[in-house]
Ligand binder design. Structure first.
Ligand code: ADP
Ligand code: MG
Length: 257
C-alpha cells in the first residue's frame, strides 16, 4: 500500500533532515532571542510589544525544533510489556479534561488482548496526536464522536516495500472519527513531515506517529471518507515463554490454506 510506503520513507527522510535543521537553527535562534531581550530593557512601551513578539515567536520555533529532535534521536528507548487499554484510557482522560471536552470518546476494546512491547510515553504520544487530529477535524460539530478500538487480527498480511510482510500476532488499534474526512489529495502524503492544512499546524504529528509505530515494528494506514476516518495501527503482540505460542497460532491460521 502506497500510504505505508510513504510512512516508512517519510520516517527515514525526516531523521537526517531534523538532525541537521535542529542543529543549524538553535544557535542563531538563541542569538535572536538574546538580542530581543537586551533591546527590551531600553525599549519604550510600543517597542516592548515588538520585542515580546520576537521572543515569543523564537520560543515557538525552539519548541518546534525540540519536536523535530525527537525524530533524530536514535538512542534506544526503554520498552516493557504494555497493556494498550491503559494507554488508551489515559489518553482519553487527558483529551476529555483538555482539548476534547465536548466530544464523546467511545471505547470498543477486546479485553483479552495481550500486551505490546513498547515505550509508554511514545505510545501515549501516538494516540494523543491521533485523538487531537480527530478532535480538530470534528471542530464544533455537536455530534462529534471518536471511537478507540482494539482487536486481535491473526493472519493479516501487510503490503510494504520489499513485498508482503507479516506482523507476527498483529494487534489492531484504531482511532476513528466522524469528522469531514481527510482531503482526498492529501491521503498519499498524510504521513510526510510538514504536511498540514491548518493555519497553526506543524504537519509533524502524523510523521511522528508513523516514525514511532515503525520503530515498534508496526505499520499505520489511513482510510478516510466523510463521517468515517480511520487510522489503523498494526503492532506485534508481546510474546514471552509463558505467553502466546506463535508457532501454534501460525498453525491455527494457515491450517485451512
Ligand atoms: P497538523 O495536525 O499539525 O496539521 P498532522 O501531521 O497531525 O499535522 O496532520 C496532517 C494533516 O492531516 C492535517 O493538517 C489534516 O489536514 C489531516 N488530518 C489528520 N488527521 C485527520 C482527521 N482525523 N480527519 C481529517 N483530516 C486529518
Ligand atoms: Mg496534528
Amino acid at each position: 500500500i502506497d500510504r505505508q510506503l510513504t510512512s516508512r520513507g517519510a520516517a527515514r527522510t525526516v531523521t537526517s533532515l531534523a538532525a541537521m535543521l535542529a542543529h543549524e537553527i538553535k544557535n542563531p535562534l538563541s542569538g535572536i532571542r538574546g538580542a530581543a531581550q537586551l533591546l527590551e530593557q531600553s525599549a519604550d512601551d510600543d517597542d516592548r510589544g515588538l520585542t515580546r513578539l520576537i521572543m515569543e515567536e523564537a520560543d515557538r520555533i525552539v519548541k518546534l525544533v525540540d519536536r523535530m529532535e525527537v525524530f533524530s534521536d536514535e538512542r534506544p528507548v526503554d520498552r516493557e510489556p504494555v497493556n494498550i487499554h491503559v494507554i488508551l484510557d489515559h489518553v482519553k482522560r487527558l483529551a476529555q479534561s483538555g482539548f476534547a471536552r465536548n466530544i464523546s470518546i467511545v471505547e470498543e476494546y477486546d479485553p483479552s488482548l495481550p500486551p505490546v512491547y513498547a515505550n509508554r510515553d511514545q505510545l501515549i504520544q501516538v494516540f494523543l496526536n491521533l485523538v487531537k487530529n480527530a478532535t480538530e477535524a470534528i471542530g464544533d460539530d455537536a455530534e462529534g464522536e471518536i471511537v478507540l478500538s482494539t482487536a486481535f487480527r491473526p493472519g493479516i498480511r501487510l503490503s510494504v516495500p520489499g513485498g508482503a510482510e507479516r506482523v507476527s500476532l498483529p494487534l489492531e488499534f484504531c482511532v476513528r472519527d466522524n469528522g469531514p474526512g481527510v482531503p482526498e489529495d492529501l491521503l498519499s502524503y498524510l504521513f510526510d513531515p510538514f504536511v498540514t492544512t491548518k493555519i497553526n499546524g506543524t504537519g509533524l504529528g502524523l510523521a511522528l506517529v508513523a516514525k514511532i509505530i515503525g520503530d515498534h515494528g508496526g505499520v499505520i494506514e489511513c482510510d478516510s471518507q466523510p463521517r468515517k476516518t480511520t487510522f489503523r495501527i498494526l503492532m506485534p503482540a508481546f510474546v514471552n515463554a509463558s505467553g502466546y505460542d506463535e508457532e501454534a497460532s501460525d498453525e491455527d491460521k494457515t491450517g485451512g490454506e
